[in-house]
Design a protein around this ligand. Structure first.
Ligand SMILES: Cc1cc2nc3c(=O)[nH]c(=O)nc-3n(C[C@H](O)[C@H](O)[C@H](O)COP(=O)(O)OP(=O)(O)OC[C@H]3O[C@@H](n4cnc5c(N)ncnc54)[C@H](O)[C@@H]3O)c2cc1C
Length: 391
């Protein structure tokens, strides 16, 4: 028998997070939207800390973090169910206790200095791969780290780095062996801001969290700041990017679900020409198409996470999920905004903010075109079969 049900545990966790969002986060939306209208972009720090502490009381802390670091070590499907619930609010809140997946490979001293304080929320890192001349083609990076005795001197420019202006350290992917190229000659470094790199924010279409460009001019780092192996930086970078893809897909599902709920509610309330707008086929079709696409996206997102949980190579399923879910959420937000008419276009509602924010999801952590490149290459080279695990 084929089973699309959640386990009792998954349902309990999902329902607890859903209740937390309804009770603690959704009531903050009005104030948050006012803050955004006044130029703010995030919850006030004390509010964020209060919420995180409260979530921790509920046991929600470190969703993906291994138990030996105090985390929940939840399976990817359960994490995705949680991300879907959290994404239903425009309030940019995430549970605490997480760190970049590649930091778990850090040595003991680095774990004390970076991993543990990051999990505890005492330090904030950013991940710096993209450069002005190397985005989709990450193998074209030119940031270079040259040896100087036991130290390394890093020079180059990184761009579009999330949290890059707020972070106090960066995980920087730099070439260390130009002859071997990025794939075998790049290394990941943990670089404190005090070591001398600078950042400047990049103004984008989204209101929330602006990325930044980072500049390195002979920034000196000791040998102990190499994360993993010298020459192993590209593989770490791909592992970092790989996780993002199924998490982004879950976010898209959550946002779309909320937008569709808003659209259905509004279609049942708003009257024109003497009847509810939901009685018009034009509106009904937008709702029907949105639900159908949302449902397809949900299963692609959960299927990618399921591949992670069963220890399969999740790259193909994650690429499919990211490609479809990010486009789907764009269409659903657009329709929900249309159904709300002029109100949808205002900053009184979260729709216009989402309309702009979700656009970035088709660009970062692999553009649409890069996902298509992965998918078609896998099929053409026979790495995957049509039908995946059911083939
Ligand atoms: C909000 C935001 C946050 C980000 N955060 C981070 C971060 O934290 N860390 C980080 O390292 N990077 C980050 N990025 C960078 C992001 O990963 C890159 O922008 C992305 O990989 C695309 O690179 P690019 O902008 O250089 O576009 P390009 O690679 O120059 O691509 C331009 C266009 O050409 C297309 N294209 C490229 N090659 C091909 C091809 N072979 N076939 C068909 N089409 C192709 C692309 O899909 C795109 O449409 C972020 C970007 C944004 C917008």
């Amino acid at each position: 028998m084929m089973d699309f049900e959640l386990s009792d545990e998954q349902r309990d966790i999902r329902d607890t997070v859903r209740a937390f969002v309804a009770k603690e986060i959704l009531p903050l939306e009005e104030d948050f939207l006012r803050l955004v209208r006044e130029g703010g972009a995030r919850l006030p720090r004390d509010e964020e800390h209060r919420l995180r502490a409260k979530a921790r009381e509920f046991g929600f802390w470190g969703l993906s973090t291994p138990e030996e670091y105090g985390g929940m070590a939840l399976p990817a499907v359960t994490q995705s169910l949680i991300h879907i619930e959290l994404a239903k609010s425009c309030v940019p809140f995430r549970f605490g206790g997480e760190a970049d997946n590649i930091l778990y490979g850090a040595d003991a001293a680095q774990q004390e200095e970076y991993l543990k304080p990051t999990i505890e929320g005492e330090r904030l890192g950013c991940f710096a791969l993209t450069e002005p001349g190397a985005g989709s083609d990450a193998g074209a990076i030119s940031t270079y780290a040259r040896r100087d005795g036991d130290d390394w001197l890093i020079s180059g420019e990184k761009t579009f780095i999330s949290n890059g202006h707020e972070a106090d350290y960066a995980i920087v992917i730099a070439l260390t062996d130009r002859d071997r190229g990025a794939r075998h000659g790049a290394t990941a470094f943990l670089v404190d801001r005090e070591a001398g790199w600078t950042s400047s924010p990049i103004s984008t279409m989204g209101s929330w969290h602006q990325p930044a460009s980072l500049s390195f001019d002979d920034v000196r780092v000791p040998a102990g700041k190499v994360l993993g192996e010298v020459g192993g930086g590209f593989q770490l970078a791909m592992r970092w990017v790989g996780k993002g893809r199924y998490v982004i897909s879950a976010h898209c599902v959550g946002i779309a679900e909320r937008c569709l709920t808003m659209a259905v509610d509004y279609a049942g309330l708003r009257e024109t020409f003497g009847s509810k707008i939901g009685r018009n086929q034009a509106i009904q079709w937008m709702i029907a198409d949105s639900e159908t696409e949302l449902e397809a996206a949900r299963w692609l997102a959960l299927r990618a996470a399921w591949d992670v949980d069963r220890g399969a190579d999740a790259r193909h399923a994650s690429a499919m999920a990211k490609l479809f879910c990010t486009a789907m959420v764009g269409r659903v937000v657009d329709r929900a905004l249309q159904i709300h008419g002029g109100m949808g276009y205002t900053k009184e509602l979260p729709l216009e903010g989402w309309y702009r924010a979700v656009r970035a999801m088709r660009i970062f952590e692999g553009t649409d075109e890069v996902q298509r490149l992965i998918l078609s290459r896998d099929l053409l080279r026979g790495h995957t079969r049509i039908g995946g695990h059911l083939a």
